[in-house]
Design a protein around this ligand. Structure first.
Ligand code: ADP
Ligand code: MG
Length: 265
């Protein structure tokens, strides 16, 4: 990877919560356009990594570089403005509003529509929101309140809302969690298709190794805050440490203390 293709770099990241090591010696360079998945048991540090990249958490030490510039001290809003957007494990939606209205709010919040409530701008915002819904095959849900929508649709809507800013890097925290097995592949297919034209760099957390293999070209495996493997999916999934601590395919994993704890920052 040449330095001009590196869009994101995490340099020596360290983060502790009391006695818990949530990030240790994390060194990662991500190339522009890469599709990177993060795997690891609950509590391994995947969300902490995403939170540090997006400015929601500050590392105790180390640095985050975006296109070579240090963004470690910037707040989430400033980092978003530089082209790093995210979706959350639990979709952050405006429940009583329709799917279309949710996307309109996201467009309004992105600040590109200066006078959101002026009729001319409003029409343009509606057009833009409709186009985004169509891109994610969500047009049939446009006028439904989001509180009525099924899990997979809510996930897609959350991702569509993150995309209205045309990010360079999109981070998806467990895009397929809470979605039925049958819906997972179609959901990822829709997301990746919606992103294909843009060459967006995608970093996603995923527990289903079939999805990891199909939709990422590189995998980072986390264990107790450390990256224990970083390579293409077939290499990482055949790594004995990954099989022991992550996928459990090497027999019962000896889980670290507190690793079973559901952790979502
Ligand atoms: N805000 C926080 N306060 C205290 N402990 C936290 C916080 N966020 C995460 N942790 C702890 O850090 C570890 C890593 O958590 P997390 O990054 O959420 O893991 P993952 O996303 O891989 O499940 C866990 O032990 C978790 O309990
Ligand atoms: Mg998490």
């Amino acid at each position: 990877m040449t330095s001009d293709t590196v869009i994101l770099e995490a340099r020596d990241l360290q983060k502790r919560f009391g006695a818990v090591v949530a990030a240790q010696d994390i060194n990662v360079k991500v190339a522009s356009g890469e599709k990177l998945s993060l795997i690891g048991a609950n509590g391994a540090g995947k969300t902490t990594f995403m939170n540090m990249v997006t400015g929601y958490l500050k590392p105790d030490s180390g640095a985050i570089l975006l296109e070579g510039g240090d963004v470690t001290k910037l707040n989430p809003r400033q980092i978003t403005q530089r082209g790093v957007c995210r979706s959350f494990q639990i979709p952050q939606l405006y429940e009583p509003m329709t799917a279309l209205e949710n996307v309109m709010v996201a467009i309004g919040a992105s600040g590109r529509r200066f006078s959101f409530f002026q009729p001319a701008d409003l029409n343009e915002t509606v057009e833009q929101a409709r186009a985004m819904l169509k891109r994610f095959a969500l047009d049939p849900y446009a006028h439904r309140p989001v509180s009525e929508l099924p899990g997979g649709v809510r996930k897609l809507l959350d991702i569509a809302m993150a995309l209205v800013r045309n990010p360079k890097i999109l981070l998806l925290d467990e895009p397929t969690s809470g979605v039925s097995v049958d819906e997972k592949f179609p959901l990822m297919e829709t997301v990746m298709e919606a992103l294909a034209a843009e060459a967006v760099t995608v970093i996603f957390v995923e527990h289903d190794m079939d999805i990891v293999t199909r939709y990422s070209d590189r995998v980072l495996a986390f264990y107790q805050g450390q990256v224990i493997a970083d390579d293409d999916p077939s290499e990482v999934l055949s790594d004995p440490a990954v099989q022991k601590y992550v996928t459990g395919t090497a027999g019962p994993a000896t889980a670290p203390a507190g690793a079973e704890k559901e952790a979502e920052a």
